[in-house]
Design a protein around this ligand. Structure first.
Ligand code: PA5
Length: 432
């Protein structure tokens, strides 16, 4: 399998070879901090060796639970927020049919999957109940702390609904809990109610947890081959071990982000040309936003889906204030192929007859990169061979490692999120 690689040729006006060389010593030092556990937040590095240390018994239980869910559920509800939600959603959207929930049951091969607990909207909850109320429901509540307001309230409502529908015992059989091994209200509830539960390891924080049961159970319930996901992560862990930026694409990316940041490019936009990657962009925003945005520092992470957003944000990116660089996810092989036919495209595009639509998408990407670079937005290109479970595992590990190193280069603790508490405190006071 090909690795994921970073190409920064299109940013050569902004990044000189000397810039990276000047970072070489700092990269080695931050690599040591990360791997030896001498940096801030070192208690939360469990994700680093996770691919080599999977708990095989936990994987077996995840697969068994997923089989039960796939065999019996019409609807699988995944309840969580932030790191307990975004990774699973990114995986499902990247690896499943774009209209997965709308497919006939025999083509889907498993339950429809809906998310809850990632907002406090009454309309969302009412509409969700309208859709799932008369279906066979299974549910996975995911919360490491077991105290987060949004999933706690959504779970309370859905649990009540399921207990009224099925009775307490049958509802308990249909509820799976993913939480801390020992701590928190959700762990207590799981023990008291006899829910089957999965563990989020102590040394893995929310936004680094997608390759734990947090992401793996929803993926397996959707029929995604989680062994392939784990293989991809293992390959990434092996490929991204070097402490030299020339041999480590994740570190090269981390260093270039910091170089651009120092040159005034304080906003990074993750760009994809596949709508299947839209939620991956949301996962990316949380990973980098919570890891780096602190102490008055940090690149602001954004995400767009082109060509859709070329017709909204494209104008700003091309000609607005110059503080943006782009990181383009270049998917080398489209998961589907559709050929354009003459007659179907006679609004002036007949010259494209016979070409695959992915060819047009590719030219849109190349043209956009050229235009944006000319307009003053450096572009980095991350080459992803294809959108498969293997590369989902590889990509998530790649970005996690880049993020951790980038945070250390920036001089912050990439594993805490003290600022997230501020709104919770204000909200709780108002609620009380
Ligand atoms: O990265 C993090 O730690 C956070 O974004 C959490 O994932 C998020 O706040 C949800 O927390 P919990 O899993 O405790 O409900």
């Amino acid at each position: 399998m090909h690795p994921i690689t970073l190409n920064y040729e299109k940013s050569s006006n902004y990044i000189k070879e000397g810039d990276l060389a000047a970072y070489a010593a700092a990269i080695k030092q931050c690599h040591e901090m990360l791997h030896q556990g001498t940096g801030p937040g070192s208690d939360y590095r469990g994700w680093l060796d996770l691919p080599a240390n999977y708990d095989r018994e936990e994987i077996r239980r995840i697969k068994a639970a997923a089989e039960d869910i796939r065999g019996q559920a019409e609807v699988f509800l995944v309840v969580g927020i932030g790191g307990s939600y975004l990774g699973a959603r990114a995986a499902l959207e990247m690896l499943r049919h774009s209209f997965y929930n709308e497919l006939p049951a025999d083509q889907r091969g498993g339950p429809r999957i809906y998310f809850a607990g990632h907002n406090l909207s009454s309309a969302y909850m009412r509409h969700l109940l309208d859709i799932v109320g008369d279906k066979e429901i299974f549910l996975n509540i995911i919360s490491k702390s077991g105290t987060t307001t949004e999933p706690a309230l959504a779970f309370g409502l859905l649990k009540d609904f399921m207990e009224n529908k099925y009775g307490k015992m049958e509802a308990s059989r249909r509820i799976y809990v993913t939480t801390d091994r020992q701590r928190g209200k959700l762990r207590e509830l799981a023990e008291a109610e006899g829910y089957e539960s999965f563990v989020i390891p102590d040394d893995i924080g929310g936004r680094y947890s997608v390759l734990t049961p947090v992401g793996l159970l929803p993926m397996a319930a959707a029929g995604i081959d989680i062994e392939e996901v784990l293989l991809g992560a293992q390959a990434a862990a092996k490929d991204l071990m070097a402490d030299d930026w020339r041999d480590n694409h994740a570190y090269r990316y981390a260093a270039i982000r910091n170089i651009l940041y120092e040159k005034g490019f304080i906003t990074e936009i993750l760009v994809s040309y596949e709508p299947q990657l839209a939620s991956f962009g949301e996962w990316f925003k949380q990973l980098f936003g919570e890891s780096e945005g602190k102490e008055g520092k940090g690149i602001f992470p954004a995400a767009v889906n082109f060509s859709t957003d070329l017709h909204s944000l494209g104008q700003y990116i091309q000609e607005g204030r110059r503080h943006i660089f782009e990181t383009v996810l270049n998917v080398e092989k489209s998961s589907e192929e559709i050929r354009l036919q003459a007659g179907e495209i006679d609004m002036g595009f007949n010259y494209l007859a016979g070409k695959p639509l992915s060819f047009v998408n590719e030219k849109a990407m190349e043209g956009t990169i050229t235009a944006h670079v000319k307009g003053g937005a450096p572009n980095l290109i991350i080459n992803v061979p294809e959108l498969t479970p293997y590369y989902f595992g590889y990509m998530t590990y790649f970005f996690q490692k880049a993020c951790a190193l980038s945070g250390y280069l920036l001089g912050v603790n990439p594993f805490d999120q003290p600022g997230v508490e501020a709104y919770k405190k204000e909200m709780r006071e108002l609620l009380r």
